[in-house]
Design a protein around this ligand. Structure first.
Ligand code: MTE
Ligand code: MO
Length: 219
């Protein structure tokens, strides 16, 4: 553990980690910035984001050993390095982000890979119905039906607002599905399972959130 990790762990212990995860609101920014050692400032967002995690420490994935595996109902399971993902055709979009607990962030610029593009090499089998996104932060996961994943504004994001995703926002890769609540937007994605059924229930859905995660339609 380097100093930074120790500092973060201590800080996370200090603020406490509950069901709702970590909270760094805009109002908290000044206070936090003033009382914690400077390495921690990097994890304090300035724009209304709240950082959620189910663990005590944020997963720090090493960009050189990171792998994203696509398996399940595919012709050929594929494993991508981060360089491979960056070499796939990238798209940029601006979209809003809504957490079911009531906060939103507007006009977020995301850059990444559309799921259709991401799955092309693996070859989705005809019977495939859904994608299950497995986070390196075990046991966090969630699912999108194939039509949802193929929506025009859904992607696997590698960048946010012009920079690689920060660690708190899911470096190196997270799901972005803007018209569904935040819990569908799995961070630190390490594996995508292509499933021949639609019945897998995600981490928060097992804990009471609606499986119909369309913003405005549920919860
Ligand atoms: N791995 C992982 N992904 C996650 C979560 C989490 O706790 N762990 N929380 C989800 C929820 S409920 C929301 S609202 C968003 C918040 O995104 P942010 O932490 O980048 O602000 O992440 C989603 N993805
Ligand atoms: Mo959320």
């Amino acid at each position: 553990m380097d100093d930074r990790t120790v500092g973060r762990a201590a800080f996370l212990g200090l603020v406490g980690v509950g069901v709702a995860g970590l909270f760094y609101g805009r109002d908290a920014t000044k206070v936090v910035g003033g009382v914690v050692p400077s390495p921690l400032k990097e994890i304090v967002p300035t724009s209304g984001w709240r950082i959620y995690s189910i663990g005590r420490e944020l997963p720090r994935l090493d960009p050189s050993s990171y792998r994203l595996t696509i398996a399940g109902s595919v012709e050929r399971p594929v494993t991508y390095t981060l360089a491979d993902l960056r070499a796939l055709p990238q798209v940029t979009q601006v979209s809003d982000f809504h957490c079911v607990t009531g906060w939103s962030v507007y006009d977020v610029t995301w850059k990444g890979v559309r799921f259709r593009q991401l799955l092309a090499e693996a070859g989705v089998r005809p019977q495939a119905k859904a994608l299950r996104f497995v986070s390196a932060e075990v046991p966090y996961d969630d699912t999108l039906s194939l039509p949802q994943a193929y929506a025009a504004d859904a992607l696997l994001a590698l960048e946010m607002d012009g920079k690689p995703l920060s660690v708190p926002h899911g470096f190196p890769a997270r799901v972005v599905m803007p018209r569904m609540y935040g819990y569908k937007n799995v961070k630190w994605v390490s594996r995508i399972e292509v499933q021949p059924h639609l019945d897998t229930v995600g981490y928060w859905e097992q804990r009471g959130y609606d499986e119909d995660a369309w913003v405005g339609a549920s919860n």
